[in-house]
Design a protein around this ligand. Sequence first.
Ligand code: COA
Length: 310
Amino acid sequence: MNAGFIGIGKCVPPQVVTNADLEKRMDTTDEWIRTRTGIEQRHIADENTDSSDLAYQAAVNAIEDAGIQPEDIGLILVATVTPDLPFPSVSAMIQDRLGAKHAAAMDVSAACAGFMYGVVTAKQFVESGAYRYVLVVGVEKLSKIMDWEDRGTAVLFGDGAGAAVIGKVSEGRGILSFELGADGSGGKHLFQDRYIQMNGREVFKFAVRQMGESAESVIEKAGLTKEDVDYLIPHQANMRIMEASRERLGLPPEKMSKTIHKYGNTSAASIPISLVDDVADGKVKDDDVIVLVGFGGGLTWGGLCIKWGR
Ligand code: COA
């Protein structure tokens, strides 16, 4: 029995902050941000909106897309490094708001790779028969842990949420393979004290190497070759990192997801948000072989190879 994606949804806050807006706030330029990162704008939540609000709305959309009821969900996993509070978890908060009264709830902390960790965990519970449906949400309100005086990080990130209902899908479809990994020795390159602290060059080098390796690994584990891959959805951290993964797989530009220009780096939310936009735009279709790869603070990483469709 194969677990797969049976519903997806997203939520981004309405306020858009453009590179031109940032030029007025700090010593940076639209040109620098675009050419170094590919980012043109990001969505930023207001003070009355926290991670649980974004997660809730993305979850509502995913549940509706799946055509199930909140009561059908056995487990809620929320991947986030920006919970409203250390506890209760965001997953417990939305469990109540959704009316998912039969669901267990816990948060997953694996930074930008968190959604990958959540989906792989969900797959185990679905395929073991323990839960019929698991709701996985990647959500961040990174704006609350960003130092708006630090141009090295403030230009990179955005707020948002993406969600998926994981359940049993039809024969031949679903999650074909996965990879998860961590290297805690690199934790010093990307962490939060009060604000996000980052050694951009070290993270860049790690990301280029790891995204390529994870993509190749999940393709091989699925018993496939690069030629079988229809579409790549890399974590949207930096266009140059994404391009390196795409070139390593030998895919043309139109076969890689690119949403970073609209949302910036939304950490755990970036991959599910991209998935929602790409399915809506017809870039991901039933029976396509898609590869999802993410990396983040920890350092952590994860990949999935999926035959798309319910
Ligand atoms: N606007 C203008 N100039 C900026 C700037 C900004 N927002 N941020 C940094 N600079 C300057 C630097 O101060 C530096 O100036 P200097 O040469 O006078 O010292 C110059 O630009 C180049 O900095 P550098 O760090 O070499 O740039 P880079 O090409 O490595 O790009 C990142 C910086 C952060 C975009 C890039 O390293 C990166 O994306 N790393 C990975 C980050 C990431 O993915 N994090 C999330 C992980 S989930």
